[in-house]
Design a protein around this ligand. Sequence first.
Ligand code: MG
Length: 388
Amino acid sequence: MEKRRVAILGSTGSIGRQALDVIRQHRDMFEVELLTANNSADLLISQAIEFDANNVIICNQQKYRQVADALEPHYIKVFAGMQSVCDLVQGSNIDIVLTSMVGFSGLESTIAAVKAGKTIALANKETLVAAGQIVMNMATEHRSRILPVDSEHSAIFQCLMGSAGADIEKIHLTASGGPFRTWEREAIAKATREQALNHPNWSMGSKITIDSATMMNKGLEIIEARWLFGTPGEKINVVVHPESIIHSMVEYADGSVIAQMGHPDMREAIQFAFSYPYRLPLDNRKLNFAELGRLTFSAPDTEKFPALKLAYEALEKGGNMPCIMNAANEAAVSAFLDGRIGFYDITDTVSSCMESVEFIGAPDIDAVFGTNEAALAAAAQHINKISR
Ligand code: MG
């Protein structure tokens, strides 16, 4: 394998840090070209020095001086602002772009990388939820390969590798069920921020952890799978699998089901997107089936977790509806994390915005950005009305 030059957008977040751990184990295979962060200047500085990055971007302009002064003696170039991310990500010195920013804010720079024909290691699922059709068309046009980093989608991608060209009969998307899987609806309604942030299996950032508690994360993943694999919603089945050992499965016309397994560790999916189609060693925990003993499965409870229903609805409606859902969810999760609204207010806000924000059947990219703004505003209004 020829050495690959990597850009990590969002290097100080959970995925970004795990990606650097992958690179730390394979310094002869991967080179860090570009690191970007929103606010975490200190960590960004130490990462840039350790991996001898070529370029670094701190999105928060106010922290530019601090980062630039610290990296000047190391001859590392420092830039500020979101526009710099869109510019530098297109550089000819970059092979792979890991998109590990949080939420809709990742869309602009992902589009820039796709247009430059880069290989995208996609960790920012909101990009495909908000603008799936547009981004996939762009990827085809600019010959940009999009490789999934989401563990479920990496699993599906790997399950498909053995049956090239065969039609997918069904995707079985596994879900841990989150921290409230066994709780009663009345108890979930009173859940606190701390309880919702306590995910049983995966260690992740706060936005995605709340999404896991509401199961909106699985809703977003249904839509992400639709665009990555061209599979319509009715062929995507969610199954609750609390052990998170099977990361997802593909069923074929003959009834044969292929699963991909491992202990929950995001580095596995990150590394495979970086090294594809090759496989490299990794210092992760290996499966011991005799020790595992059994794996369990159940159907999701959509009364307790209405986010799943909303996502199927948004996908079926199409157009800008998934974008509305995503924006309202981002606003509501942030309000929940701030203690302004209760747990079920998150999905109530989403549902209200899906009814009130103007529907557009075939949005272009400007309409996607406009929808995001409109849905954020509608969500803010709804949250103000109900917040305590
Ligand atoms: Mg996932």
